[in-house]
Design a protein around this ligand. Structure first.
Ligand code: ATP
Ligand code: MG
Length: 388
């Protein structure tokens, strides 16, 4: 019987001694989840996964789904046959080449056998199959170095034939690197920051601070859509929509205008602390990039950071805005972030924010905001939860 399959190669986890099995299982579950609804079974074999698909499944569609998961190095959609007879394999390879490459091109055959008792060795298999294809497809030309088409045939208990490799995003499987709370605004930066940390295996819990009626439902929708986009890479993201209006109004009233942004950022970190504790997360993530705006100078970051109970990861810290925008385009968050609905950080912003706030002065002033802790607690406690 001939069916289709996907050969899945994973990258870095293959190097990880003790944790390897755990990480492989996380990846395995991620693949199963991604293919839910398809007639598919996954098995592990010699450091790779084989996804066996039902008769009518589209191997290329399944492979491109899998190729979006963190931890995957590459995927190859395959033809699979349980009949290992060489004449049969030749016939299938010919059909595949004719169908996929009607205009021919340069090619190379790489055939191998797992079972050494198979009548032909790997070299003979490659040479004979190559000669057979050349005879039957006049537009083919052999090239050993950098061919257009690399036809691979692996003869195991079944035979797998493939010629296409889809590159995966690399990185590590979601959850293999702990958990962190991402402060997700509707802007360009924070979704990219989340993507970068998630690619290192960090499971994301997102929080968006919403200030109705000053920020619109459409701004909230942006955050939801961004979280959904991130979820496509990780196989699931939790999003908290935290009501920020009361905190924002309170701080606006109590803070000197030039320091307002710092107090707002600190309040966000304080609320995120509480969500991190609830979620048993180990860190917070923001989209700050050094020097991008007044609130992201080294002084400002220092003045903000002491509000956090956890390490604050800032993967964009050293990146140029243009590089961030390019990455946003690549990962599919750019167009969502570009929608024109502002988040709360653009509210009441001072015209000339302080670029060198002093941490001790900030902390001292903040200690006199007697309602702050209660408002932060209410913000975290009343957050709406969405699993995306
Ligand atoms: P972004 O493009 O991510 O909005 P930004 O360049 O606009 O960032 P700031 O407004 O200074 O920069 O925000 C810095 C970081 O603070 C953001 O990257 C995000 O992590 C967090 N943040 C800001 N506003 C919000 C919000 N409304 N909800 C959640 N997090 C926020
Ligand atoms: Mg912003």
């Amino acid at each position: 019987m001939t069916t289709s399959a996907v050969l899945v190669k994973y990258g870095e986890i293959a190097l990880r001694g003790g944790n390897r099995r755990i990480h492989e299982n996380i990846l395995l579950e991620g693949i199963k989840k991604r293919l839910a609804g398809l007639d598919a079974s996954v098995r592990k074999d010699q450091g790779r996964f084989f996804v066996e698909l039902g008769k009518d499944a589209d191997a290329r569609a399944a492979a491109s789904e899998i190729a979006g998961i963190f931890g995957i190095a590459s995927c190859c959609p395959c033809i699979k046959t349980e009949n290992n007879d060489f004449e049969h394999i030749k016939k299938l390879a010919l059909e595949h080449m004719r169908e996929r490459y009607p205009r021919g091109g340069t090619f190379k055959v790489e055939a191998s056998r797992a079972d050494k008792s198979y009548p032909l060795n790997s070299q003979r298999l490659s040479a004979d199959l190559g000669a057979f294809l050349l005879e039957n497809i006049p537009d083919l030309k052999v090239r050993m170095k950098n061919p257009d088409i690399r036809l691979t045939v692996e003869i195991r208990s079944s035979t797998y034939i493939y010629s296409e490799t889809m590159k995966g995003p690399g990185g590590l499987p979601s959850g293999s690197g702990g958990k962190a709370v991402l402060l997700l605004s509707g802007g360009f930066d924070s979704p990219v920051a989340g993507y970068m940390m998630a690619r290192r295996g960090v499971k994301l819990v997102c929080v968006y601070f919403h200030s109705p009626p000053y920020t619109s439902e459409r701004a909230k929708e942006k955050a939801v859509d961004l979280a959904k986009r991130l979820s496509a890479y990780t196989g699931g993201v939790r999003l908290y929509i935290a009501p920020f209006t009361d905190l924002q109004l309170y701080l606006n009233e109590r803070s000197p205008e030039v320091k307002l942004t710092i107090f707002l950022k600190r309040a966000m970190l304080k609320a995120a602390n509480q969500l991190a504790a609830r979620e048993k997360a180990q860190a917070l993530i923001t989209g700050d990039s050094v020097g991008q705006v007044a609130s992201q100078t080294m002084h400002a970051l220092t003045a903000v950071d002491s509000a956090a109970d956890y390490p604050v990861l800032r993967p964009l810290c050293a990146m140029d805005k243009l590089d961030i925008i390019n990455l946003a385009e690549k990962i599919g968050t750019h167009d969502i972030s570009a929608r024109p609905f502002a988040d709360c950080c653009t509210l009441f912003v001072p015209k000339h924010p302080e670029t060198k706030p002093k941490r001790s002065i900030i902390e001292n002033m903040e200690s006199r905001f007697e309602k702050l802790d209660a408002l932060v607690a209410a913000c975290a406690d009343n957050a709406e939860v969405m699993d995306l």
